[in-house]
Design a protein around this ligand. Structure first.
Ligand code: HEC
Length: 253
């Protein structure tokens, strides 16, 4: 009997350790300090504005963000006029007009972010067959999203001895399987900041993750605020109920 239980325990331990072994060759990205984490977490608007700049000047060459509309950018602290100007820098195809033809016009705040490619096949054709995923929900679509995306952007290195890469492949410490089709998109100084923040790969990665977290979860702040109000309400309510109970039972001995 004892041996059966023992072997069952060993078996279940082995079963649990399989996934750990399978993912053992991928390093887990280190945890960064994020302003939006924790019970009272808030968005860092300055970081999000810089992150939008990184997205617009670098990532948007390959990655769409179809779920975000220009008008949503007021959340980042821009005025309606600033949002109009940002949108107007892009061109969308609209139509058909009265003659039945499609036409180009500047984007409006109500338009969604313009995609770099007309369709997925076009996107793959210019990226060695790999599809750059839409980034609107990427931090939700990956385990430990913010740290993971930060890790990918800062985790490029030379492949270890004995690993040959094909053309168009790159080695990344944090990519499952290590081989990634995206060439390192960031390098120090590629995006100019006008608020004095460091123009380094780490800072760009930090800022673009702040922007992507907002894009994937724009109500994060409101939800946390509501959570805190509920907790305060419950505390006060408990206090009131306690004094009511004391009063009601005060005559009973
Ligand atoms: C030159 C094109 C290009 C640029 C610029 C680019 N990417 Fe990519 N990205 C790709 C491609 C292609 C893939 C798919 C890689 C693969 O599947 O191996 C990818 C994949 C990714 C992934 C997903 C990795 C995964 O887990 O599947 C993330 C996250 C990402 N990119 C973020 C970014 C961010 C943020 C920027 C801007 C700082 C950026 N990329 C700039 C082409 C690009």
């Amino acid at each position: 009997m004892k041996t059966t239980i023992l072997s069952l325990m060993v078996l279940s331990l082995m079963a649990f350790s399989v996934p750990v072994m399978a993912s053992g060759d991928v390093e887990h990205p280190p945890h960064q300090h994020w302003h939006f984490n924790g019970m009272t977490g808030q968005f860092d608007k300055a970081a999000m504005q810089r992150g939008l700049k990184v997205y617009r000047e670098v990532c948007s060459a390959c990655h769409s963000m179809k779920r975000v509309a220009y008008r949503n950018l007021v959340d980042l602290g821009y005025t309606e006029d600033q949002v109009k100007n940002i949108a107007a820098e892009y061109t969308v195809t609209d139509g058909p007009n009265d003659e039945g033809e499609m036409f180009d016009r500047p984007a409006r705040p109500s338009d969604h972010f313009v995609s770099p490619y007309p369709n997925e096949n076009a996107a793959k054709a210019v990226n060695n067959g790999a599809l750059p995923p839409d980034l609107s929900l990427i931090v939700k679509a990956r385990h430990d999203g913010p740290n993971y995306v930060f890790g990918i952007l800062t985790g490029y290195e030379e492949p270890p001895h004995g690993h040959e890469l094909l053309p168009g492949q790159n080695w990344n410490k944090y990519m499952p399987g290590h081989v990634i089709a995206m060439a390192p998109p960031l390098s120090d100084g590629v995006v100019a900041y006008d608020d004095g923040s460091p123009q380094t790969v780490e800072q760009y990665a930090h800022d673009v993750v702040n922007f992507l977290v907002w894009a994937a979860d724009p109500y994060l702040e409101a939800r946390k605020r509501l959570g805190i109000s509920v907790l305060i309400f419950l505390l006060v309510f408990t206090g009131i109920m306690y004094s009511v109970k004391k009063k009601i039972w005060s005559d009973v001995h």
